[in-house]
Design a protein around this ligand. Structure first.
Ligand SMILES: [Mn+2]
Length: 312
């Protein structure tokens, strides 16, 4: 199997997060270096402390771009970040900062068809893929770009945790960014209200374009990053809240061994001191966090609500 240590790296990994996700970015980039993935990384950092920047930069080949403070979810910056001048390679791969690479995924990061975007199709189609929402998507694509396909190209939408795309699609990324600006509220969080056409925010807008834009990249048949192609090389996504550096939830717990190994690699190689590691990421605290994992989503919501009340 070809792991491309001898081939020229032609893909930049692009990610972003606010300070609350900075440990996620640190883990993600660490997982790349630990698994022998030398790819350049561009990080969009919203409101990061210098301390966090100085933890991530020594991992090497990392460029940090300060993002303007915004109440809008950082994920809305995806298209702008992916087309950033800081990306010097032909291919750009967005990777969510709440996950890590297991094994050497260099082969999946290497693009081979410039007309294709490598991204995950939802299977089966999710509940928000309704005729009503599709008709809103079609109308919006037509309204903003002057034309649209009469019918959707696909019978499902995509998930935008990982997106590999060639630089020839910068105009498409630009359309995605403009449409985000126009159809999403400027203070939108991770999700919009259930039942709205853009419930999954940036992901829904991207799907509207992939389905109806007349000049869109083709969605790949295989995604490869989910372990179906090779169960030793994939991207492990820490789904749901809270995230592992905050508390372990039951879903994300399945990836804990990878997270612990990544953190231990960071300590062994002098990238972080043991006492700087958030408690949930320390193996010794697992018995405690395992006990509270089933209640973690509620505990986390209560903590967030308390913060919101006392902040405003
Ligand atoms: Mn995510």
């Amino acid at each position: 199997m070809n792991t491309n240590s001898n081939e020229a790296v032609n893909t930049t990994v692009v990610t972003a997060g606010d300070q609350a996700y900075s440990w996620g970015v640190f883990l993600l980039v660490a997982s790349m270096r630990r698994n022998g993935m030398p790819h350049p990384v561009v990080v969009g950092a919203m409101d990061w402390t210098d301390k966090m920047k100085n933890l991530v930069l020594p991992l090497g080949n990392v460029t940090i771009i300060d993002l303007p403070r915004s109440r809008q979810c950082v994920a809305c910056q995806k298209p702008t970040m992916m087309a950033s001048d800081a990306v010097k390679t032909d291919w750009s791969c967005w990777v969510d900062s709440d996950g890590l690479f297991v094994g050497d995924c260099s082969e999946w990061l290497a693009g081979n068809d410039i007309d294709e975007v490598r991204i995950k199709r939802c299977d089966p189609p999710p509940p928000d893929f309704t005729p009503e929402n599709l008709s809103t998507w079609k109308q919006d694509v037509e309204r903003f770009w002057g034309q649209s396909l009469p019918e959707s190209r696909y019978a499902t939408r995509v998930q935008s945790g990982v997106i590999l795309i060639h630089k020839k699609w910068h105009p498409f990324l630009e359309r995605w960014a403009v449409q985000i600006k126009n159809v999403l509220p400027s203070d939108v969080g991770i999700l919009m209200k259930q039942g709205t056409a853009y419930h999954q925010t940036d992901e829904s807008v991207l799907s509207s374009l992939l389905c109806f834009d007349t000049d869109a990249p083709r969605v790949s048949e295989t995604y490869k990053f989910d372990g179906h192609t090779d169960k030793t090389r994939f991207y492990a996504h820490f789904g749901y809240n809270p995230k592992p550096w905050q508390m372990w939830n039951t879903y994300a717990s399945r990836w804990r061994e990878e997270a612990f190994l990544t953190v231990e690699w960071l300590v062994e190689n002098g990238f972080v001191k043991r006492n700087e590691i958030p408690l949930p990421l320390r193996r010794s605290w697992w018995p405690f966090y395992r006990c509270i994992a089933p209640a973690a989503p509620w505990a986390w919501r209560a903590i967030k609500l308390k913060r919101k009340i006392f902040k405003s």
